[in-house]
Design a protein around this ligand. Structure first.
Ligand SMILES: [Fe+2]
Length: 288
């Protein structure tokens, strides 16, 4: 293993089902202190100095463990990593001591253009080396092992040489990083691209997984759109149950980014996930 810190000392307090921290809930969380075990902050919302978001995050961090989840690294882009972004991130890591930091296996920026989308790469050996090089560079700079997330994808590349899960495993091994497994993205890709969601869940390397994401998609009839704007759909719950059966009680996050409901709705979704984890743990204990 490399000499990275095994994430911050607070890693051990991340367990159970957390919720994505959104500005609509800042005041509710501070006033009511819900029993949510941890919160995931969207890193890019807290990069600017000063202002309300940073102020709220400081207050909330006094009561909850947090993880950082970002969209700004653009790990698949051809150019160098944005050192200003990484430096900012490093400062925020020092300030808030997140249990871990994650970003996506995608690219957004090309030269001076930024699509603000999480765009996929073809699943090739070259793609693995490229992405692993960038992740290693980011990890060396931050001094910490990252989590990288599988993204939703609406096309299949003619150049792909392997399945998505082999691609993800290859990157994690070569970069010696962790995986953030987004179950909704696996399901959306399987429906849109005729791949097998079960194969992904059974094939991904369990040793590398540190977190799971759950979210809702929108059914556009011709395809599924990864909107994070609805409750989690039954096929995603079914796939999650399979994943927990295989991987054990991996910390799980309820992601909701558009049409954001009241906090209680997120808590109800978290309870469903907790029930699945508990039932799987009981079944394993009984079998043992
Ligand atoms: Fe996600």
């Amino acid at each position: 293993m490399s000499g990275y810190c095994e994430n911050s000392p607070s890693t051990s307090v991340i367990h159970g089902v957390g919720v994505g921290l959104r500005s609509q809930h800042y005041q509710h969380i501070l006033t009511n202190k819900p029993s949510t075990p941890w919160l995931e902050a969207l890193t890019d919302n807290y990069m600017a100095d000063g202002g309300q978001p940073l102020d709220y995050l400081e207050q909330i961090r006094n009561h909850y463990p947090v993880t950082f989840h970002g969209v700004g690294m653009s790990l698949g882009s051809p150019g160098p990593l944005d050192r200003n972004y990484l430096q900012r991130l490093k400062e925020r890591m020092r300030q808030f001591e997140p249990a871990w930091v994650s970003d996506h296996l995608s690219w957004s920026a090309y030269h001076r253009h930024n699509s603000n989308e999480l765009l996929p790469l073809p699943y090739t050996e070259e793609g693995i080396s490229h992405m692993a090089r960038k992740i290693t560079e980011a990890q060396d700079f931050l001094g910490e092992r990252l989590l990288v997330e599988n993204v939703s994808c609406y096309v299949e590349f003619r150049d792909s040489q392997m399945s998505e899960w082999e691609f993800v495993n290859g990157i994690a091994d070569e970069a010696d990083c962790h995986i953030l497994l987004d179950i909704n993205n696996i399901y959306v890709n399987a429906c849109n691209n005729s791949t097998q969601a079960d194969d992904f869940v059974q094939g991904v390397n369990p040793e590398r997984i540190r977190e799971i994401h759950l979210a809702g998609y929108e059914d556009r009839h011709t395809h599924l759109l990864d909107t994070h704007g609805e409750a989690i759909h039954q096929p995603v719950w079914d796939l999650y149950r399979q994943a927990i059966e295989r991987l054990g009680p991996v910390p799980t996050l309820i992601e909701w980014d558009t049409n954001i409901p009241e906090y209680g709705t997120l808590q109800k979704q978290a309870l469903v996930a907790e029930d699945i984890i508990s039932a799987s743990s009981r079944a394993h204990a009984h079998a043992a």
